[in-house]
Unconditional design. Structure first.
Lengths: 197, 228
């Protein structure tokens, strides 16, 4: 499995010594090296996925304190499992599977208040949209993603942030490949429409 | 093979991805970054600390094992062996006094297997082997067999070293009956005893006793009554 591309979306990388051209080691190799005690390997791995993972939660929830909790929980799980990680398993798919499971657990715990929070987020999002006129397209995109149904939102975020294949998304969400493709198609159409309007 | 609709989906996704990533700038706060990295670093350091943090448990466990082992050793069934060793080492004041020598050799415990000299060798061996084999798993049976073996070892060398009373006295002195007594009796009392025998009319016995006296003390002067 190829390592995550050094996309521009990774954002600030200087504190972790990561640069886009630095792909000498695959994710799996880095995780293995961290498992054998190399802290620099974890720093490099963290630099690769801190942005995509954070935005994965941000797109799903939009609530920063909760996103911070879930984001931190996923990395703690990765750290705790460093001795049990099998290099034959693609790291990126494994990481986002942990994130997906955290999100599902969160939804299960928060189900009664989800609707209220969603309404509050939309109101906040609307206020932000009026304040950030210069970043109108970004706000439109955020709002479009948030307005997607939960199942479609997850697959499109996994695809856009995690750059996961259809098979990986199907495996970690527990649905068939065709179902994933169908959800992606609907989500893409809605986002395109939102961006045009 | 990809269908045309798949190609459309991929191209739509690629276009969306470039727009999406260009506008995606959210990142975790620095504090969270630092917290996660610290946790990852601490996770690497913690295994090295573990032995130190539980060192006192290892020490306590070792001490407990030593104490327990010593206590078990003290509670082993050793008294019979100690008794056997004590009797075996007891000094024999007079080797000739075989009766007194044999008394402590009597087996303290009333085990039949403990008196191999009083039973046929085959029977003793049979009993010993049955003691050893019939209850091998049992600790009690093993202890009995061990005691029987110890007692056999104790009796055998003594029995060999302490022959029967008759043969012992014969071998060591080379004398018989009155000769043995004469060898140790002083001449004065011996002569008085001979004279007393004569006075009582035991002439033959007195003559024999006198002959023995002369053989023992050839130069000793005899009284006038015996020179006749």
């Amino acid at each position: 499995m190829p390592a995550a591309p050094p996309a521009s979306g990774l954002g600030r990388q200087a504190p972790f010594g990561y640069s886009p051209g630095m792909q000498a080691h695959s994710d799996e190799q880095l995780m293995q090296r961290y498992g054998s005690g190399e802290m620099t390997a974890f720093e490099e791995l963290y630099a690769r996925y801190r942005g995509p993972l954070y935005r994965y939660f941000m797109r799903q929830l939009g609530d920063e304190p909760r996103v911070n909790d879930l984001y931190q929980g996923v990395w703690e799980k990765v750290i705790g499992a460093r001795g049990r990680y099998r290099p034959d398993r693609p790291f990126k798919a494994w990481l986002f599977r942990i994130a997906h499971n955290h999100l599902v657990d969160f939804y299960r715990r928060q189900k009664p208040t989800t609707q209220i929070d969603q309404a509050g987020f939309l109101a906040t999002s609307a206020e932000q949209e009026s304040q950030l006129e210069q970043a109108q397209r970004k706000a439109l995109l955020d709002q479009a993603v948030q307005s997607l149904p939960e199942d479609q939102r997850e697959v499109i975020v996994l695809r856009l942030e995690g750059d996961l294949s259809l098979d990986d998304i199907a495996a970690l969400t527990g649905v068939g490949r065709e179902t994933v493709k169908s959800r992606l198609r609907y989500a893409t159409a809605k986002l395109k429409q939102a961006m045009v309007t | 093979m990809n269908e045309p609709r798949d190609d459309n989906l991929e191209s739509d996704l690629d276009a969306l991805k470039s727009t999406y990533r260009a506008q995606s700038s959210e990142e975790p706060p620095d504090l969270i970054d630092q917290a996660i990295l610290n946790k990852a670093r601490h996770s690497l350091e913690s295994p090295a600390r573990r032995p130190w943090s539980f060192g006192w448990i290892h020490g306590l466990t070792t001490a407990a094992i030593i104490v327990l082992g010593f206590a078990i050793y003290l509670h082993q069934p050793m008294p019979e062996q100690d008794e056997a060793i004590r009797v075996f080492k007891q000094p024999s004041p007079k080797l000739r006094d075989t009766e007194s020598m044999r008394e402590p050799l009597r087996i303290p415990s009333a085990s039949a297997a403990a008196e191999p000299d009083q039973m046929p060798a085959s029977r003793a061996a049979g009993e010993r082997s049955s003691l050893k084999t019939e209850a091998a798993p049992s600790t009690l049976a093993r202890a009995k067999a061990q005691v029987a073996e110890t007692e056999e070892q104790r009796v055998s060398p003594l029995a060999a070293a302490a022959p029967a009373p008759e043969s012992l006295s014969d071998d060591e002195t080379g004398l018989e009956g009155a000769e043995k007594d004469a060898a140790t009796e002083q001449p004065g009392p011996w002569l008085e005893r001979i004279l007393e025998m004569r006075r009582q009319g035991l002439e033959v016995a007195a003559a024999q006793e006198l002959a023995a006296f002369r053989a023992t003390w050839p130069d000793y002067p005899l009284p006038a009554e015996l020179n006749d």
